[in-house]
Ligand binder design. Structure first.
Ligand code: NAI
Length: 474
């Protein structure tokens, strides 16, 4: 499953006063739109959740190490975006790539970000020159010897990352913080490739890394409070929203995403079209539906992950192959002109594709499914139940410190509508008992997938809310 946070690019301005540009390009604040008490309460809560996430125990136990020089390994999509984020915050960057050609491409990606700003009159060539003066490229790890913090952003492959961390360990100075941007891999195993696991943590940026606010700070078994405190200090410096996460497959955001995406795929095979699902999700308040997001991020990313995981997939669990069929035809989304939608040359908004519906129909037949109708309300009930249930598992497993941290992840990284507070705030507005009743009714048809989280069961039994678990960190 891809890390799909790019919904940001279409996130509507959700501030009370709608900003728009006047003829001179100046931002103008329109009159505040009155909102209901419920919406105001959700917005207030969302703002609180986003700032409360920065309060973690480690920042009281340790002092962040000073940061001036950073190293970034890998100059692909993420490495380049992270480099821009660092440069924009006034930090020095050394980018290490495999060879000169890859390094030139990495540097080119960084420059392209600034060139686009220059074209739009949001940066001057002199400002670009200043930023790039802090950027150096290298193809040897020795160039990292001065870095206070190193972020690895190479291919998502444990063997490759372990080898990279072995090299980092050889050349990084004592006390350097060593971070991986992995989306899913086991950071404990990555840390073991070094002789200094206390300095290793996950810094999970979201794409585009220079713009997206969310930064999951992933704390592995041996990560020191100092490393965590430094991760949070970096986030502040980059003006990002840090959220503390534990190690598991997908951390907070991508683990929960996998669950509700699976629920969406099941509905698609059972009778809802991808367009019905996207429409329902947008009507709920998201800027984009899940299949639009796949098309934006590139269907091939999720496809590669699914293929990698195929050997360990539960053979008894339902697996929906529709997305694989599309990828087999080379339909990867916007970049190939078609995916779940069709895109005219250069268009970012797609149109419905009858060929996709033919594929969906064929897959329903192959799976022996008799399609049935889903209303938008029924779609959202399942989508949100899957999200809330996995969020409860994430809390139960100690991966997130508190419910508001889960909400912060979805607000800052996954386009969750601020007017609904966050998935767990929303769960409380629906009622934990109601969510549980939904899950139990869905379980009648698919008990393997719809298994109520122990935490949800416990809250329902005690007639308690998720909000009651939002205690400050100690
Ligand atoms: P990418 O394929 O665009 O870039 C990877 C880069 O690493 C390539 O330029 C490659 O030449 C370089 N590389 C590979 N091995 C290397 C080595 N041994 N030394 C130096 N450079 C090496 O990949 P992308 O998308 O930037 O992803 C990088 C990491 O970030 C992965 O772990 C991925 O899971 C994670 N990630 C990706 C997100 C996304 O939306 N693409 C979001 C969040 C995390």
């Amino acid at each position: 499953m891809a890390t799909i946070a790019s919904a940001r690019s279409n996130t509507p301005d959700q501030s009370d006063a709608t900003a728009h540009a006047d003829r001179n390009g100046q931002k103008v604040e329109a009159a505040a739109v009155p909102v209901s008490d419920a919406v105001q309460a959700a917005r207030d809560y969302a703002d609180h959740a986003l700032s409360a996430a920065a309060d973690v125990p480690e920042i009281r136990q340790a002092t962040a190490r000073p940061l001036t020089h950073t190293g970034i390994i890998g100059g692909g999509t993420m490495g380049a975006g992270i480099a821009v984020a660092m440069l924009d915050a006034g930090l020095h960057v050394v980018m290490v790539e495999q060879d000169d050609a890859a390094l030139a491409r990495g540097r080119g990606r960084v420059e392209a970000v600034y060139d686009r700003l220059i074209v739009r009159d949001r940066m001057t060539p002199a400002e670009k020159k200043d930023r790039m003066a802090h950027f150096k490229g290298a193809t040897a790890y020795a160039a990292l010897s001065n870095a206070d913090l190193i972020v690895e952003a190479v291919f998502e492959d444990l063997a490759v990352k372990a080898e990279v961390f072995k090299q980092i360990d050889r050349f990084a100075k004592p006390g350097a913080i060593l971070a991986t941007n992995t989306s899913y891999l086991d950071i404990d195993r990555i840390a073991q490739a070094t002789g200094r696991p206390a300095d290793v943590l996950g810094l999970h940026f979201f794409s585009p890394a220079n713009i997206m606010k969310l930064l999951e700070v992933v704390v592995a078994a041996q990560t020191s409070p100092t490393a965590v405190a430094t991760g949070f200090a970096l986030a502040k410096r980059l003006r990002k929203t840090p959220v503390r996460a534990g190690v598991c497959d997908g951390f907070i955001g991508n683990r929960i995403l996998a669950a509700y995406r699976h629920a969406a795929d099941l509905m698609m095979e059972d009778g809802a079209s991808p367009y019905d699902i996207d429409d329902a999700v947008r009507a709920f308040g998201y800027p984009m539906g899940p299949y639009q997001v796949v098309d934006l991020a590139g269907g091939d990313i999720g496809w590669a992950t699914r293929k990698r995981r195929a050997p360990t997939r539960d053979p008894q669990a339902r697996y929906v192959e529709i997305a694989d069929r599309l990828c087999e035809q080379g339909w990867f989304g916007q970049k190939t002109g078609r995916g779940f939608y069709r895109y005219a040359e250069g268009a970012r908004t797609g149109t419905h594709d009858p060929d996709v519906l033919t594929v969906v129909d064929a897959e329903r037949t192959r799976a022996g499914v008799t399609p049935r109708n889903f209303t938008a309300g029924q779609i959202m009930r399942r989508y949100m139940a899957a999200m809330i249930n996995e969020a409860a598992n994430v809390l139960h497993d100690g991966i997130a410190l508190r419910p508001s941290d889960v909400d912060a992840v979805f607000l800052a990284g996954y386009g969750f509508p601020r007017d609904r507070g966050g998935p767990l705030f929303y769960a409380d507005t629906v009622g934990v008992k109601q969510v549980l009743a939904d899950i139990e009714s869905f379980a009648d048809e698919d008990p393997r997938f719809w298994r109520a989280s122990p935490l949800l069961l416990e809250l329902a039994k005690r007639d308690a809310t998720f909000a009651s678990l939002n205690t400050p960190s100690r």
